[in-house]
Design a protein around this ligand. Structure first.
Ligand code: MN
Length: 488
């Protein structure tokens, strides 16, 4: 950790797939780091009968090794699904009943009509059907003793206050803490009404609460399960991993976050839902760290770890007399809910290697604009990583873009504008190379010159950096090769 290569590894791991009215593209790149510690998961259709129309995507940013991130990418969704064996049956039964009544009334008003699964070309999921057993008893016990304070100081109105569940407060009496991003669709209003125009609940409040509990418990169970592996019990492996995930049902988007990776949901060219990073300096995090006898120095837990929630990191989870969510580092996720609409465009999940150099708005603008130029989500994902590398990110990078039917479509005028921009760049690079007939024009000079010029047609959200890789390709193609003297 913390060491860098002489030059970045820019080879990318790509996956793509479609089904359930979704498409996704994924890109991961080691970059400047000596190791690749990120991992990911993408599943169209969940491996449970009745959940074929649900999908799951996640990015895991490992630190101090890749053991926890890799293991989590294989096991997290199974851990969530195994937490409450009857819940997902109930949810699918509810959805089926709700769907059939809605379809009978008006098919158009449903956020999405169910479609059969299509091919999923992600081949990372070969172990998906291998289920893990639960080890929840001890955890449940310590949880019920959990005296953690509610996280009511956190800002987002769309945040689910899971700590109230941890504190044993009956959520049916505290439903004001449950909001969706759609202001018309507060689940706390009345069970007999809901946001959709058919007045048919998309998922009952009770099931929604149970689902949140299952997601949370799935994280805690996974964290306990990894801890029981020999290399962790012996203290040999000190790795940890953040997790940012997205569970998509036919009616809702659930963003799930533990750590400082991040996800955004974009609808009608607006960010309607985003996760909040768990940094040690956040008041809620700092309070927990202090209560566990730790400190926050140079914005890090005990002056060392830059993230305050993660899977693994067991060195920070051994304070006696404290529950799993009261430790210096907590494995507890926060869950954010958005009720799907026809205007939903896409979800982006990415690790901090991306967010270090791009804001939420930047990435939203960039993906939105590129979707008008290409429908190839892998290409856009690769462009995101190259842009971030060009903007100076030194970290591992992983991004997943999941698009909904309401995503921008390719517009011929935008395609032509992009081609024209690339041709203009080609001419400009050639011009700069030819400008000095006395000697060689270095790439850095070309780059610096173009970066200082005013170009209106660079992609929004990324600008010049989105074209830097192309400029380099053009330069390498057009510039006379440098004479290299080698020792024989
Ligand atoms: Mn990172």
């Amino acid at each position: 950790m913390g060491s860098f290569l002489d030059k970045p590894k820019t080879e990318k791991t790509n996956h793509k797939g479609q089904g359930n009215n979704l498409s996704y593209g994924l890109s991961a790149m080691q970059g400047w780091r000596i190791e690749m510690e990120d991992a990911h998961c993408s599943l169209i259709g969940l491996p449970r009968p009745g959940l074929e129309q649900w999908s799951f995507f996640a990015v895991f940013d490992g630190h101090a090794g890749a053991t926890v991130s890799k293991y989590s990418s294989d096991e997290l969704i199974k851990s969530i699904l195994d937490t409450d064996p009857t819940l997902f049956d109930e949810i699918s039964a509810f959805a089926t009943a709700s769907n059939s009544s809605n379809n009978a009334i008006n098919n158009n008003t449903r956020p999405l009509s169910p479609t059969p699964n299509e091919k999923n070309s992600d081949n990372d999921n070969s172990t998906t059907n291998k289920l893990i057993s639960n080890s929840t008893n001890s955890l449940n016990k310590s949880d019920s003793n959990n005296s953690e304070t509610p996280t009511s100081t956190l800002k987002s109105s769309s945040q689910i206050n899971l700590n109230k569940e941890a504190a044993g407060i009956d959520l049916t009496t505290t439903t004001n803490s449950i909001k969706t991003s759609n202001s018309n669709s507060s689940l706390s209003t009345n069970k007999s009404t809901s946001a959709n125009s058919n007045n048919t609940p998309l998922i009952s409040e009770d099931l929604q609460n149970k689902l949140k509990t299952a997601i949370r418990q799935g994280f805690l169970n996974l964290d306990a399960k990894i801890r029981s592996r020999a290399e962790f019990e012996r203290g040999e492996d000190k790795s940890g991993s953040t997790a940012v995930a997205c569970l998509i049902s036919p009616t809702h988007v659930y963003l799930i976050n533990c750590g400082d990776s991040r996800a955004i949901t974009v609808s009608d060219n607006q960010i309607v839902l985003n996760t909040l990073d768990h940094k040690p300096i956040n008041p809620v995090e700092r309070e927990r760290i202090h209560a566990a006898g730790g400190s926050v120095m140079i914005q890090r837990v005990n002056g060392s770890l830059a993230v305050s929630r993660a899977l693994g990191d067991y060195e920070y989870k051994s304070v006696e007399g404290k529950g799993p969510c009261e430790q210096l580092v907590s494995p507890e996720p926060e869950i954010y809910i958005h009720e799907r609409t026809e205007k939903d465009e896409f979800v982006v999940l990415a690790c901090d290697g991306i967010w270090d150099v791009m804001t939420n708005e930047d990435l939203k603008d960039f993906v939105h604009a590129r979707l008008k130029v290409t429908d190839d989500l892998v290409q856009i994902s690769n462009e995101v990583l190259d842009t971030c590398l060009n903007k100076g990110s030194r970290d591992n990078m992983s991004v997943i873009i999941v698009s909904f039917p309401g995503a921008p479509k390719v517009v011929q005028a935008e395609v032509e504008k992009d081609i024209a921009c690339n041709e203009k760049l080609e001419n400009r690079v050639k011009e700069l190379i030819d400008s000095n007939n006395q000697g060689r024009v270095e790439f850095s000079q070309v780059l610096q010159t173009i970066s200082q010029e005013k170009w209106d047609d660079f992609p929004p959200g990324a600008g010049f950096h989105a074209k830097q890789t192309l400029i380099e390709e053009i330069y390498n193609r057009l510039s006379p090769p440098r004479v290299i003297y080698e020792n024989f």
